[in-house]
Write a protein that binds this ligand. Sequence first.
Ligand SMILES: [Zn+2]
Length: 437
Amino acid sequence: MPTHFSRLSLLALVLSFTWTCSELPTEDSHSSVPFLLKVSERIYTGGQPKTAGDFQELQALGIKTLVNVDGARPDLSLAKSYDMSYVHIPMHYDTVEPIVLLSLQRVLQERPGPFYIHCHHGKHRGPAAAALAWRMDEDVSSEEALSVLRRAGTSKNYPGLWREVEGYQSFPSTVALPPLFEVAEVGGFTRLMAEIDRTWDHVKMLKSHNWQGSSLHPDIQPQQELSIFRQQFEDAEKLAKANPAYSEDLDFMDSLGEVIALSEELESAFQKKNVSRADSILNSIRQSCKECHRSYRNGKIETSMEPKSKKKTDAEWEMTLTPEQYHILREAGTEAPFTGKYTDTEKSGTYCCAGCGSELFQSAHKFHSGCGWPSFYLPFHEGAVTEVEDLSHGSIRVEIQCTTCEGHLGHVFEDGPPPTGLRYCINSGAILLKETP
Ligand SMILES: [Zn+2]
């Protein structure tokens, strides 16, 4: 009986695959670029260009700017040799965050077109981002924008992508646009670790499906995710080797080397279809990451404000922070309303963590909330701050911590202004303003 059942599921899988193939956009199916689709005169979408043939085809279309919305690292030098530049805006499958939309808007405003907006496969996130960019660029209707997803064969299992494309609202022109990165690692080690975290979630999901792709998540394919996972650790090693603060720390480099070796083994166990081996390697990776985070996550970061160090003890924090900073950051304290030095500040610059110097918020996203604490509607970049459920004081609130040093910053509420509707209510004592000269 089980054999019959699995044969049937296999048949269903094959059928669903055939079905998916028949839905491919027909007009460009002779193309070398995977799933290439023309959205407008200025916007194209599809999968990641890999070969010289792919780039030649994009060049023939006049493409000047490539936008990668996938987590993987694209081939920058190949792109450059075809006179194209890259912008990296990694996005999720379940929603499109305001910072992604604002970054896309900046690309359309400042970079030369036509644009090729791609994810890895070219069916889900890439087309969704391209449809959104089209709405920003030409003010097209929801229906027209959704037709891009239909033509691309975007899965309905990503309702967040469909919803965002359908419900897109333009931002007021006063909203400041975020910085653009060629590769997300420009944002540093912390950002890379946040990406690894995201891939880790995908890898865990694959394990729960016995290392097979799931029809619920058609874009998360084992081979692809495991190779991204390994590449991200290799990128981390490259970044670490270039920075003496990491490279001179032999324990740290050892841990990184160990996890790279494990991620290679994981890939090979998967290729050999050795499920139990893959499970046990994943456990070793989990253990290794846990130990490394315990020793390094706190305080081990790139910052101009603080010397590099291993995780600090309470006593060390006490020595480097003022009593007020210590109370807020390390004991989750709250300053009295209307007493903090930044509540009404309108100076422009970047607000950094007072504990570790990480960039947390921009003055351009600060607003007068009247609540008595400095308020922002957007963090500096995705991953700069971490949300933690806070059950203290008899209510459920969402605490905001600095992702790098886990210092307590304040809370986030859903009564902020457009475009995000969020209010990051932050203690002045937890941040320092690095003024723009
Ligand atoms: Zn911090």
